[in-house]
Design a protein around this ligand. Sequence first.
Ligand code: PLP
Length: 400
Amino acid sequence: MRPVYLDNNATTRVDPAVVEAMLPFFTEQFGNPSSIHSFGASVGQNVKKARQQLQQLLGAEHDHEIIYTASGTEADNTAILSALESMPGRDEIITSAVEHPAVLALCQHLEKIGRAKVHYIGVDSLGRLDLEAYRAALTDKVALVTFMWANNETGTIFPVEALAELAKEVGALFHTDAVQAVGKAPIVLKGSAIDMLSLSGHKLHAPKGIGALYVKRGSRFKPLLRGGHQERGRRAGTENTPGIIGLGKAAELAIAHMAEEQTRVKELRDRLESAILQRVPNCFVNGDPRERLPNTTNIAFEYVEGEAILLHLTRQGIAASSGSACTSGSLEPSHVMRAMNVPFTAAHGSIRFSLSRDNVPEDIDQVIDALPKILENLRELSPFWAGANKGPTEFKPVYA
Ligand code: PLP
């Protein structure tokens, strides 16, 4: 069976050119970039070059605005804790109900230990932020506003620049978790109101275990990890030099492939989506069909278990995901589906297909061939399907 990988929002294949760029930094170029002898110095120069490659991808003003971390999760945690520590007299955080657990779990913990009051702003049925609730929560008590750039489950994009400008009006810091956006959507941080931005290497064809936090020059910042003077004293710990070099190369490739992501990958995604919507009754797209990442579609199939669909797809060589739709082992629909008020019978059958530049038209053909039959068979077994109102979906997401 020809393997088809459509789970690129979970992780991407490391680009062979990235591997090639990294290899010398495991062997000949093993020096510590902090050492002043020649072994360290040449590594240090390459680390600087990688930082500049990432700076370019982000449209940042200066390469020193980039702090390397070990993951997107570390970058998110650092941004939130730094904001609370560096904004005395302010102990409130505004975030959304649909953030990744890298943000939500820390916010919930900070609430639990009494360190912060957190406002979780809701979304409508298309996953769009409730702007009125956001405006109402903005006061001079807010230390940090943190909204994701793009949602990992649905691909829905938040208008982060406009949201950041509103945060500035009350003097709050603004952070965005751009882990799913970097490399897929154009980003220009120079001149933007965004103070901090998180990214993760393994979502853009770099390895796992390397991420970065952008901190705008002049923004208040307190480190999470203390120790050595690495990263100008902002993140202690000897640098993951192969990972940093790999992320730099991946950034260079992402710039080169950005146009492809916006056109070829988007066309593949759109073809997949419209064929499925046409051939399978009782299904609809979760999230905002207009403001969306070009690589992601999340389709809700009514009256069937997402896990069962995934299992049958796997048997046919196709890897997709139920998003975080059913936290493994439990039957709870994901917090994103619940926040969007997707009906229970559809939230359970939601499948995320996420593409990358590695995908080819045959991948899409294979899914279009396999999926309608899988759905037909599963629904025949579903007790809910027998009594269902077949044809048009009962749930129609609307533009509020
Ligand atoms: N934020 C978002 C939106 C993500 O999708 C992910 C990973 O899935 C993360 C944060 C966490 O990144 P990492 O896996 O590098 O810790």
